[in-house]
Design a protein around this ligand. Sequence first.
Ligand code: AMP
Length: 329
Amino acid sequence: MERVISGIRPTGNLHLGNYFGAVKSFVKMQDEYDCMFFIADWHSLTTHPTPENIRNSVKTILSEYLACGIDPEKAPIYVQSDVKQVLELYLYLNMNAYLGELERVTSFKEKVRKQPDNVNAGLLTYPCLMAADILMHKADKVPVGKDQEQNMEMARLFARRFNRIYGVEYFREPASFHFADKAVKVPGLDGTGKMGKSEGNCLYLCDDEKTVTKKIMRAVTDQGPTQLNQEKPEVIQNLFTLCELLSGKEAADYYNDLYNNMQIRYGDMKKQMAADANTLLAPIRERILAYSSDDALLEKVMRQGAEKAAARAEKTIEEVREIIGFRKI
Ligand code: AMP
């Protein structure tokens, strides 16, 4: 059976970008593939969270994974830092990753621009850690949003490079997976770029009904089209993308026709989007509350996930050590 791996950084609550870009695929894939999902707490260290932040956020993300429908009996869930073998593979991959190619990664360049006071080495080698997570499990498919395409390309490059250097056919090249036929980039409610925690433009899975409605009703729009069949400016295109995700293609087509005829009323469109968002999120919200107060269950899920992931990771590390020429320990 094909193997699947993916993770999310515990840097706050899950938002619609995480849901449509990744978690929705996780839930779908667990019935068809050999899946494991993790909470990428090492990755989150690039932003220097406090110990309390980490402890709370790991618990939060785990509750949200479960609330979205990931069944740990089908797809073990583990915390990245519980599987220490990943660090050893990270070190090996770092040795074959070059400064120039790491500096050219778009998300790294963006961080340099946005947070010039904290350009740490972990940010630079982020693609190496991500590749270690994936290659460790010999994953065939990785469900990720569009923003991760370049990191996935790096993971494939590192797999090929390792195989070439050591003259082996050891690592598989992992493919990105999207639940629709193309990669999803969920736009933010401010009408620009992508929905992201650091952008402050998110709809969170745990937002209550009133907040969901308020956030969607306030989503940025313009004055409306001034000509028939007018090309949509970016903010409006983003609203339509969100509409299709929340309300479906038929609804998005209906509002698209109104837009083309200059009869669109954004308020009506947003009202429907808010109602559909609440229908989607109400049961998830309820389950988040239930799971997050069940510490014993969360602990058990993390422990069992770590055991399964570490067993697989240990096998890979033993094989990699032998390929590289290290002693068996
Ligand atoms: P992160 O929150 O950056 O750790 O991302 C976790 C997962 O959510 C990755 O697979 C991302 O590709 C996905 N993701 C995050 N934000 C978005 C977004 N706005 N649109 C689509 N996917 C996203």
